[in-house]
Design a binder for this molecule. Structure first.
Ligand code: ZN
Length: 399
């Protein structure tokens, strides 16, 4: 007997069919809508088997030798279904907390001034080095549960708070254990070159680090042009990086370099992190509209970390993207599903609801994509399905 589940009574399904989008196409989440809320998604052995009007889905199940009435059913209760959210930028594992810096920044201290005063990332490095694998694991579990309950089914997770071999390896091992436990799927990034004592790496230093990584077969991603334009976006495009992240200070040359890479069919996704800009009380957000207008695929991430973006709520980031980056709700959803899957190298398997794809699905308490970013700060998740199993939220059976 196949392992099957059918999600019934959905009013709309954002399928994201076709995967990554850029330019004006980013405003199309490929939404199916049925006013009588009779849409369904059938899942067999962890993959999408059929989706659309219930009668078509039931016919497909019958065609697979399954009795539709006997397949366990999850009730979407008239809500929206989307792919599981993919967080493409997350610093999950760290020791300690950094609440003191909030008040320093209120008094006008900049990020680089806090770094120079021995705070910032270096204080987190100290606490992370002190943490045992068990402590890091418990911390990671606590925040992964929070990500999941907010609809994230896959997350890119970085090391980079050890900055010594032993701690960096310890974090990678803990990521391996957390990923094996599931249900949130992890894409680890080795971020051994996260910081230097008095600031950030310049483009030539970054190129050497990244070329060494590429020589060992690693896919590349950069924190680029976060605080000032340091030619990071152009470097990311030059090296064929999977994503260039932050970009609050990207230059027009940088936008053009990312646009050319996308035109050439080798896109470097622009992963924008507006919660960080908000939390840093900065007034200059990444130029999302200019990036989209130039045909650069845009993704959104939490940047979850203790100092500059302590939020595990990617729904809140969608709202911020609409409020501060002027994305439409559809562009924001694309940025946190199909485009963020592309940004973590999973564009061929994750981030869309299509037959044959891995069945990572969120059932929402709202009926439309437009309502997703509207309810600021609310957790709108009804149920989360990962690889075909209900892993969070309601498990109410449909009738
Ligand atoms: Zn980051």
């Amino acid at each position: 007997m196949a392992d099957a589940l059918v999600i019934r009574n959905a009013r709309s399904i954002a399928t994201l069919a076709g995967g990554m989008r850029r330019g004006s196409a980013q405003n199309d989440a490929a939404v199916l809508t049925h006013d009588d809320a009779s849409l369904a998604v059938a899942i067999v052995d962890g993959r999408i088997a059929a989706l659309g009007p219930a009668e078509d889905v039931d016919r497909a199940l019958t065609g697979l030798g399954l009795d539709p009435a006997a397949v366990p059913a999850l009730d979407a209760r008239g809500g929206l279904l989307t792919p599981g959210l993919v967080d493409p930028h997350n610093h999950l594992l760290f020791g300690g907390s950094r609440e003191r810096e909030l008040m320093l920044r209120q008094r006008g201290a900049s990020y680089l001034e806090i770094l120079a005063a021995g705070g910032g990332i270096l204080s987190t490095v100290e606490r992370t080095r002190e943490a045992t694998a068990e402590q890091l694991h418990a911390h990671g579990r606590r925040w992964l549960d929070e990500l999941l309950s907010h609809g994230v089914t896959t997350a890119e997770v970085k090391t980079g708070y050890g900055l010594d071999l032993a701690t960096e390896l310890r974090c990678l091992e803990v990521y391996g254990a957390l990923d094996a436990e599931g249900p949130v799927e992890l894409v680890p990034t080795y971020l051994g070159a996260h910081a230097v004592p008095q600031g950030v790496f310049d483009a030539d230093q970054s190129r050497r680090v990244l070329q060494a990584g590429a020589a060992h077969g690693l896919a590349l991603r950069l924190h680029a042009d976060e605080i000032h334009d340091s030619l990071g976006a152009a470097l990311a495009a030059e090296l064929g990086a999977t994503s260039a992240d932050h970009l609050a200070a990207i230059s027009s040359d940088g936008i053009e370099a990312l646009g050319r890479a996308a035109d050439a069919g080798t896109p470097t996704v622009a992963t924008l992190l507006p919660a960080t800009t908000l939390y840093l009380m900065a007034d200059h957000y990444a130029p999302a509209r200019a990036l989209i207008d130039r045909g650069v695929p845009v993704a959104l991430g939490t940047d979850f970390n203790p100092g500059t973006s302590p939020t595990p709520n990617l729904q809140l980031v969608l709202s911020l993207a609409c409020l501060q980056l002027k994305l439409t709700p559809a562009e924001a959803l694309v940025a946190a599903t199909a485009n963020s899957a592309q940004a973590v190298g999973l564009g061929a398997t994750h981030g869309t609801l299509e037959v044959g794809r891995q069945a990572d699905v969120v059932a929402w308490r709202v009926p439309t994509v437009e309502q997703l970013p509207t309810w600021l700060g609310a957790d709108l998740v009804r149920s989360v399905v990962k690889r075909g199993r209900i892993v969070a939220g309601e498990t109410i059976a449909a009738v």
